[in-house]
Design a protein around this ligand. Structure first.
Ligand SMILES: [Zn+2]
Length: 247
């Protein structure tokens, strides 16, 4: 996926409230545009949605700019405010700009989000544009993005095969030894695993020491992924840190 700018990185305000849905309930992916200047920032859009519309947060799950930067809005599984009554089932992605402003980089970023959503959902979500959803009569996302979604969201230069999906993720080979404690040991394997878990969003110290705190993260991860829960990082738990969807 392209560059993801986290909420903290773009200075998002905290949501007033948040409702979550599940991947099982997700069935579609909807493209929007902001219909404003491409120089608008996610924060300006969030301010408008929270102060002007009175919504709990920026309405979209993600936003994409002309450079192909992806900004985290409500994220993958929060119910959005972008296309009622489809907010629970559909992920809403907004291109920041007007009709005709969307660049190849922006389209590639939106397509990347769609592929990633399918990977996380473990199924193919329907592609849609705002005005194409039932109960939504709007020109959003403009003629250019509408025809692009209709054409299967082809990425320029990729041959335009809409059915292609991202290659399955792969993990580096498990270097051993199996991480187990006590006693607390320091290994390069542990440091790499801690680093990877931290990249996935876990609160973990990256110091190479496999102690009780690391083992606790390991057990939580194993529980979440349905692995056998033994608090040891062996080949399966190691590989899962790279290949299991981040939830
Ligand atoms: Zn829209």
């Amino acid at each position: 996926m392209s560059r993801l700018v986290s909420r903290s990185a773009w200075g998002a305000r905290a949501p007033r409230s948040r409702t979550s849905t599940t991947w099982a309930a997700r069935s579609g992916f909807t493209v929007h545009y902001s219909a404003g200047p491409p120089t608008q920032t996610p924060r300006q859009i969030q301010n408008f949605h929270m102060d002007g519309q009175g919504w709990a947060d920026v309405g979209y799950n993600f936003l994409v700019d002309r450079q192909g930067n992806v900004y985290e809005g409500r994220g993958w599984l929060a119910v959005g405010a972008h296309a009622a009554p489809h907010n629970t089932s559909h992920i809403g992605v907004c291109f920041i700009g007007r009709d005709g402003d969307a660049t190849p980089a922006a389209k590639a970023a939106i397509r990347g989000l769609y592929d990633e959503a399918n990977r996380r959902a473990g199924k193919t979500l329907s592609r849609s544009w705002h005005g194409g959803l039932s109960g939504n009569s709007t020109s959003c996302p403009g003629a250019d993005l509408r025809s692009w979604v209709r054409a299967g969201m082809p990425v320029p230069g990729s041959g335009g095969d809409a059915s292609q999906t991202s290659p399955p993720p792969s993990a580096p080979a498990f270097p051993g030894p199996i991480l187990i404690q006590p006693p607390v040991r320091h290994t390069e394997t542990c440091r790499r695993w801690q680093q990877r878990m931290r990249e996935r969003g876990w609160r973990i110290t990256v110091d190479g020491w496999y102690g009780p705190a690391s083992a606790r993260v390991c057990r939580q991860f194993q529980t979440e992924k349905g692995f056998s829960v033994d608090g040891r990082v062996g080949p399966q738990t190691w590989a899962g840190a790279w290949t299991a969807p981040v939830t």
